[in-house]
Design a protein around this ligand. Sequence first.
Ligand code: F6P
Length: 365
Amino acid sequence: MRTLAVMTGGGDAPGLNAVIRAVVKRGVTVNGWRIYGIRHSFDGLYDGPDGVIDLNRDHVRGILRLGGTILGTTNSGDPFNHTLPDGTKGDLAKETVARLANLGVEGLIAIGGDGTHDICARLAREYGLKVIGVPKTIDNDILATEMTFGFDTAVAYATDAVDRLHTTAESHDRVMVVEVMGRNAGWIALASGLAGGADVVLIPEIPFSMKAVIAKVLRRRKARRGFSIVVVAEGAKESDGLLHTQVMKASGAVKLGGIGRYVAEAIAERTGIETRFTVLGHLLRGGTPTAYDRLLATRFGNAAIQLAERNEWNRMVAMRDGKITSVPLESVAGGTRSVDPNCDIVNAARGMGIAFGDESVAPIE
Ligand code: F6P
């Protein structure tokens, strides 16, 4: 009997459970293989008997529509830099691959983002791990795939938030600033800003000036549109500015965030218009995956097992030109996919009059 393992690594994204379900349905129910679920990224290999689950059909019943991951995840589960029980860091990469081999695991299906794929490509290169990557992230910023699951759910939620902010903004003639996740890519801000009919969209790929943002808000006032909606990606920055970050006191970890408040305060101070800000944060990562994400996740999970059936290892499943395919894992390791400032979505947004804050500012009369 063939034996594989599956794990989820990095931040969660709606659709992870749909991938796990697809992997178990095709792998265990249809093919008759054994599939171990490793809990909390690679950490489960060090957590005793509870850290590894012999997955069967019952484990995945009813999980298609559930957000999160039944396997748990962590974004600090790097075997090359593992946190040991005494709190110190150690390199457990070789031991991690050995523990998988001791379980009889032939290859690993790693559902993760760029961090997980980097780690797995390195484990493959240095210790011969056989791996198949499945790309997940709400940020949609993984190289070589035009879509990751989780993104559609995040955009649907952010668009709903923009819709809600529209009605209250209009009632009060206020400027509403909404900060969305996305790390150093502006996909979520761009998609939800365009789908929600925002007036200003600020993304990392197009550095902005507050002057241009304010000019847009004032121009709308002059045209008797009293309110404005600004969607700002957490990684956006001014042309001459720095990233806005917050340091978590307990861990010292540096997290993106704070740009929404900064932009809102700058607008209020320089225009006198009442301005409010909302940070969507992890709400974008939670909840029920959309039908699109369930479909994509199921297709990705099915494709991962198909790669294993054909013994095609060290590849990542991907969507290219709308079709499910795969690419070498090495080709995606170490990079991310950003918004091309000249792409058709940005072009459509500009065509709808959305400002990106890079416009030259004409004098306001
Ligand atoms: O990559 C997904 C993401 O949600 C980013 O958009 C965000 O910057 C980051 O993860 C937050 O990570 P954490 O899980 O550490 O809060």
